[in-house]
Design a protein around this ligand. Sequence first.
Ligand code: HEC
Length: 216
Amino acid sequence: MSTLSDNFRVEQAAASDDSIQQVHDRLRGAKPDKEHGYSKTPLILLGVMCTLVFFGSIYVAHYSIRFDPLAVNEHANRAKPEKAGAVKLTRAQLGKRVYVANCMLCHQADGRGQPNVYPPLAGSEWVAGSEERMIRIVLHGLNGPITVAGKQFNNVMAPLGTVLSDDQLANALSYVRSEWGNTSPEVEPANVAKVRAETAGRKAPWTPEELLKIGQ
Ligand code: HEC
């Protein structure tokens, strides 16, 4: 049976336990733990990190272009439809420029040349004839008496082989062969390259006589 005085003694002992504890704490130098181990700072940092991860994933999902390497490769060949209005020019059309810049001075814009000086290309049997002969004339030049469309000429045409590429020469000849009533087929750059290689050692201009010996 506990009595009133018993209870008092127990309380007194508990109180003295507490005070003993406090005295020990003070002696150990322990700091008073006001918040019972609870600190706001890590929680705020955790919140900030979660937010960053969240928006980070949205960003990646939005801009990752599904990790397709071709999407960022500007040289990738992704069969695009040709631009509307992009017209592909024929050799003859491309050749007009080359003709204007390199032949027109002598053979004239209308391809008729100048009487007694520059032979015509319009209606010329040399233009309608062997492709190889024409290529040789432009590559190395021409020198000596020549008959063109029934008229005699005896003049010199300078070589243009070092000035014109295979492409340019093929285009110019294609133009000449399809203008002013001429109706001969286009000239391919590969054929120009072939003749260029075969006649690489040639220095002097051809004579019409020499060229007439070359097959048709
Ligand atoms: C500096 C003047 C001059 C230029 C530029 C010139 N030619 Fe000639 N061409 C001549 C002359 C001159 C002859 C005739 C040479 C002769 O009498 O042997 C000739 C002859 C020709 C012939 C053979 C004859 C004929 O009339 O069919 C052809 C084809 C020809 N030229 C094409 C061209 C082409 C294509 C160009 C431009 C890539 C060109 N010529 C640039 C002066 C020129």
